[in-house]
Design a protein around this ligand. Structure first.
Ligand code: CP
Length: 314
């Protein structure tokens, strides 16, 4: 594994899930593996779980993690080749990433999309610039179009809960939100769930079709109640429109998941990556009730990040 920026294969996905489970059982299994190594965690956007879980993961491998909140503490980066830098940007990505590549053994990066420049966002331009100019392994801490560390944690969570059921029914359901939200979590969840060969249904209001690159093989419907029937796992997530790029087209609160929505899915467990807008995206009764897996997903972020760093150290 050269970088960790997307789903690559079922074999690698399963290997990482099993390594993460081993770290969950024994967090200090490889306590010396990262000794003398450093991971630089560069945040161009805010984070709670990704930031802290990656730091703990590195620590449990004996590795040092240095976190830089570039959005608050760093120089404003210029990304365009050949730019005449007479405006707001202070440092070119070529120079910054080159320096970071010489300071660290692994670079981890969070870079959200603009949600205005679709052509650039869908190429995952920023993370590829860091790969190009740092010259070292890069881990996505959520890019413009994917959030693979979250998806790996979600796959571990699904496997922990679906013992004995080879192909659980998984539903990704759109939820309302007050802001335009990126597609990364939904894209990645679909990519990993299909890649791990689960049965995936995606439901959303009209106009919220995701990039088909991530959803081929899923059943897609606008009928939420039909989609939820007999679900084993329901993943709740908002995203903005992809075709009408970055727009909010629906605010219908009936899409917010409540117990009443799950009357035909009695055993369904409910997932969300957090942070969640309570009683907008998901009801208190679900989040605080026995169906909710949100804390387990967040705990699993530590061990899945540990598995990824461990594999890259090889
Ligand atoms: N789920 C997730 O990535 O959380 P943070 O944005 O807090 O890192």
């Amino acid at each position: 594994m050269e970088h960790f920026i997307k789903f690559e294969s079922r074999e690698l996905g399963q290997e990482l899930v099993e390594l993460a489970a081993a770290y969950k059982a024994n967090p200090t299994l490889h306590a010396e593996k990262g000794k003398g190594k450093r991971v630089g965690c560069i945040f161009l956007n805010p984070s709670l779980r990704t930031r802290v879980s990656t730091q703990i993961a590195a620590q449990q491998l004996g590795m040092e993690a240095i976190v830089i909140s570039m959005d608050k503490e760093g120089w404003s980066l210029e990304m365009q080749e050949g730019a005449i830098m007479n405006n707001g940007t202070v440092e070119h990505i070529k120079d910054a990433a080159g320096v970071l590549g010489s300071y660290f053994d692994i670079l981890a990066l969070r870079a959200f999309p603009s949600l205005t420049q679709k052509d650039e966002d869908i190429t995952d331009f920023v993370i590829h610039q860091f790969i190009k100019y740092s010259g070292i392994p890069v881990v996505s801490l959520e890019s413009a179009i994917r959030h693979p560390l979250q998806s790996l944690a979600d796959q571990l969570t699904i496997q922990e809960l679906s013992k004995g059921k080879k192909r659980p029914k998984v539903v990704l359901t759109w939820a309302p939100h007050i802001k335009a939200i990126p597609h990364a979590v939904a894209n990645s969840f679909a990519e990993w769930t299909l890649g791990m060969e689960h049965d995936l249904t995606i439901c959303h209001p009209e106009g919220y079709e995701l990039d088909p690159e991530f959803t081929q093989g899923a059943r897609i419907t606008n009928d939420q109640s039909e989609a939820l029937q007999d679900a084993d796992f329901v993943y709740v997530k908002n995203w903005s429109a992809f075709n009408d790029y970055g727009k909010i087209l629906c605010t219908d609160e009936r899409w917010m998941l409540t117990e009443a929505h799950l009357q035909h899915a009695q055993k369904a467990k409910v997932m969300h990556c957090l942070p969640v807008r309570r009683n907008i995206e998901l009801s208190d009764e679900i989040l605080d009730g026995p169906r909710s897996l949100v804390q387990q997903q967040a705990i699993n972020r530590v061990f899945t990040a540990q598995a990824v760093l461990s594999k890259l150290l090889e």
